[in-house]
Design a protein around this ligand. Structure first.
Ligand code: NAD
Ligand code: IPM
Ligand code: MN
Length: 354
């Protein structure tokens, strides 16, 4: 029996609501699996904590988190604390400090999920986005000069290091090779005449080491169009931090909405804990109403089992989500139902035990 220590940061808004269901599923799946058990430690960090303490996490928060095997996160951000503070002091700090440079975001339409495009099906909406998660447009480099004056200038610099660019592209090639899938790179070299020209060059260079992998390259604007018009073109996709952020919300829409989209922030070297989360935010518009869909948070639990090498149990969690969607009886309003968040978690636990 292996024991894994999980840091739980439920966070803000619907974060705690969906995390509670994810934890139920994690415990049930572990007990059914029999090879793993979890020890949970809950951290009260987030916007409420900020309002009390003037910071988003404890001073030595990163040190505290180092002791864990993984982090399970709900969502961060709430009206009352500026978003750039709440996100930079918690979520983005963890991703960067723990060098979680791979952001794995599956976009997979399951049977029973609502697909907004004509002809979308399980075969043609089945992608894995591999988003660069440590630098690029999210490097946090810039300046704000002459604030409030007529000459005011704001700079936000993208940072694409050779190491950072090459490692994410290489990781994506490895995945494409492993799963025998095509690999698509998404960039924007026609306008971003330094960073994206460089990205394309590195992609071309690395591709020489993988002659067995069929590659495609699209400009991000065309890629956004093609994801709607012809999603079957995309299998494994590698792209920059910002493009990956935007395109995976678009992808979430293709596969049933924000309530079904999960993401894993991975440090492949396992020098630091990796972090598992739904890709949606704190959804202040529905927070407290007990109607948030917990399936994205539950899907990220499946990613955690995969990460711990228990892919068969990870698969069972995805299958349980699909069964629940196919049954169509216990769905939250975003999926056309009237169920509460907690009902969905309970039903998944029941299905797992069938
Ligand atoms: P959001 O993802 O919170 O919500 C967008 C829309 O999707 C809303 O209408 C919301 O009700 C709906 N939605 C999201 N998750 C849902 C779920 N599980 N079930 C049903 N409906 C769901 O994005 P936003 O409104 O742009 O951002 C709200 C806050 O969250 C902001 O502070 C933002 O910075 C933050 N945010 C945090 C994360 C994160 O922690 N990973 C991600 C995105 C946004
Ligand atoms: C996401 C979120 C974050 C991001 C925000 C909240 C900083 O949108 O995980 O997709 O842009 O990475
Ligand atoms: Mn996002």
């Amino acid at each position: 029996m292996i024991t894994k220590k999980i840091a739980v940061i439920a966070g803000d808004g619907i974060g705690p609501e969906v995390v509670a269901e994810g934890l139920k599923v994690m415990k049930k799946a572990a007990s059914l699996d029999g090879r793993i058990q979890f020890e949970f430690t809950h951290f009260p960090w987030g916007c409420e904590y900020y309002l009390q303490h003037g910071k988003m996490m404890a001073e030595d928060g990163i040190e505290q988190l180092k002791a864990f095997d993984a982090i399970y996160l709900g969502a961060v951000g709430f009206p009352g604390v500026p978003d750039h503070i709440s996100l930079w002091e918690l979520l983005l700090t963890i991703r960067k400090q723990f060098d979680q440079y791979v952001n794995l975001r599956p976009i997979q339409l399951l049977n029973g999920a609502i697909c907004p495009i004509v002809g979308g099906n399980k075969e043609n909406i089945n992608m894995l986005f591999i988003r660069e998660n440590s630098e690029g447009e999210y490097a946090g480099v810039g300046d704000w000069l002459f604030k409030g004056k007529k000459e005011e200038v704001v700079l936000q610099t993208g940072v694409f290091s050779r190491e950072g660019t090459e490692r994410i592209i290489r990781y994506a090639f490895e995945q494409a090779r492993k799963y025998k899938k095509t690999l698509t790179s998404i960039s924007k070299a026609n306008a971003l005449n330094y960073s994206m020209v460089f990205w394309d060059e590195v992609f071309a260079e690395v591709s020489k080491d993988y002659p067995d992998v069929q590659t495609y390259s699209y400009l991000v604007d065309a890629a956004a169009m093609l994801m709607i018009m012809d999603p079957g073109r995309f299998e494994i996709v590698v792209t920059s931090n910002l493009f990956g952020d935007i395109l995976t919300d678009l992808g979430a829409a293709l596969a049933g909405g924000m309530g079904l989209a999960a993401g894993a922030n991975i440090n492949p070297e396992r020098a630091f804990p990796s972090m598992f989360e739904p890709i949606h935010g704190s959804a202040p518009d529905i927070a407290g109403k007990e109607i948030a869909n917990p399936l994205a948070a539950i899907w990220s639990v499946s990613q955690m089992f995969d990460f711990f090498g228990l892919e068969d149990t990870g698969r069972k969690i995805i299958d349980a989500i699909e069964t629940l969607l196919e049954e169509g009886q216990v769905l939250t309003p975003d999926q056309g139902g009237q169920a509460k968040t907690v009902d969905v978690g309970n039903r998944i636990v029941e299905i797992l035990a069938l």
